[in-house]
Design a protein around this ligand. Structure first.
Ligand code: TRH
Length: 359
């Protein structure tokens, strides 16, 4: 089938990250023909830069405005149109669909949530005045929701390989052999500086791999933003550049603990099978607190009480001294959670469920 994915980048990288991961799965694993119309090509291309050139060649990446020409090319009418995160289709593109000989179906691809209600809304029609069939598609953890974007599976990607990607060689040389590695990719509101100071008092060595922009964020949060940050000697900060999505997946798989955010890095941290803090995207109405609680309910299910307390404390930014004593149990739990996810998404996860739903 022909798929048109519409991706509007609101802020950050998550919209592009999800659309790109979906496009590559549809193309490389499900043999679909995919075009992406995106309003921020530099961001999309940055994420996509690491992928196998053969896969990249098969995905047609277009600027948002290029979709306007669709009305002049009825032959190119898609079978499926995806509105990622409810973005509105350009009017001229929609007009083209209305006069097309064959109507596609439109999918409103929603945000990922662990809340139980999404299973009731997943796959439901969203009738439109224009008459083109449209459906809600809710990614989720439950078996009766839209699934997770699990590709590329660690075994197929860089994630399993110990070979350091070229773009990270100089940074990886700085790692100390006996230190624990923590990757950091969080939003500005996190009390990261205080957190690192506390971590530095635990009596272990930690190498902190800061994603692009995180060092500046740390400096900005300090009371003396113009001066170099001083942390205990046990903490070494290593700032890495923005890398491709594959390379970022690899970083998560190589660290002992990951601080992630948004939607896509959150799923990858779980697939890395390591303990992690999810710094969920903060929403004004505090809807993120409900979402986090729903995830923790699922994630911690039958876990021992002590581990539950520790993980909830960590995920709500309590200082490491309050929960780090439970890290060994959390490590085991992360492996078990990963194995369980793999079982529950053994049908191929979101991309496979989407193809089956449309078919
Ligand atoms: O960038 P994000 O904060 O995106 C967020 C979420 O999508 C959130 O749900 C949405 O509401 C908000 O944007 C607008 O975090 P996320 O989702 O983890 O996306 C980051 C993507 O960037 C992910 O695909 C991984 C990728 N990435 C790289 O490719 N290279 C890098 O160096 C880094 C740090 C990330």
């Amino acid at each position: 089938m022909r798929w048109d994915i519409f991706c509007q980048i609101v802020d950050n990288y998550g919209d592009a990250g999800v659309c790109w991961r979906l496009a590559r799965s549809l193309t490389s694993l499900h043999g679909q023909e995919v075009r992406i119309f995106c309003d921020d090509l530099p961001t999309l291309n940055l994420l996509a830069s690491g992928v196998d050139p053969e896969i990249k060649r098969r995905i047609n990446i277009q600027p948002w405005e290029a979709s306007h020409n669709n009305s002049r090319h009825p032959v190119e009418t898609p079978d499926v149109v995806i509105e990622a995160f409810g973005c509105d289709l350009p009017n001229r593109y929609l007009a083209g669909l209305l006069i097309a000989p064959k109507k596609p179906i439109i999918i409103n691809l929603e945000y990922l949530s662990a809340e139980p209600w999404i299973a009731d809304f997943h796959g439901k029609p969203s009738p439109q005045a224009h008459g083109i069939p449209k459906y809600f598609f809710f990614p989720g953890f439950q078996e009766n929701a839209g699934g997770l974007l699990i590709d590329p599976a660690p075994a197929d990607s860089l994630a399993c390989s110990a070979t350091v990607p070229e773009s990270l060689e100089t940074h990886w040389k700085l790692l100390r052999p006996n230190s624990k590695r923590i990757s950091v990719f969080c939003y500005p509101g996190a009390p990261l500086l205080k957190w690192l100071e506390d971590l530095g008092r635990l009596g272990e060595d930690f190498d902190i791999v800061l994603a692009h922009g995180q060092l500046q964020q740390l400096q900005f949060s300090s009371s003396r933003p113009k001066q170099e940050i001083t942390l205990p000697k046990s903490i070494q900060l290593i700032s890495i550049p923005f890398v491709s999505q594959d390379e970022y997946d690899w970083v998560l798989s190589q660290c002992d603990f990951n601080i992630v955010r948004g939607e896509d890095s959150f799923v990858r941290a779980q697939l890395a099978g390591k303990p992690f803090i999810w710094h969920i995207y903060p929403q004004e109405d505090r809807a993120h607190e409900v979402k986090l609680a729903a995830f923790l309910d699922l994630y911690l299910g039958e876990a021992p009480q002590e581990l539950k307390h520790a993980v909830i404390a960590a995920m709500t930014w309590a200082m490491p001294a309050e929960w780090y004593q439970s890290i060994a149990g959390w490590r085991d739990h992360s492996k078990a959670w990963h194995a369980d996810l793999q079982k529950k998404q053994a049908d191929g996860g979101l991309a496979a469920r989407l193809v089956a739903f449309v078919a």
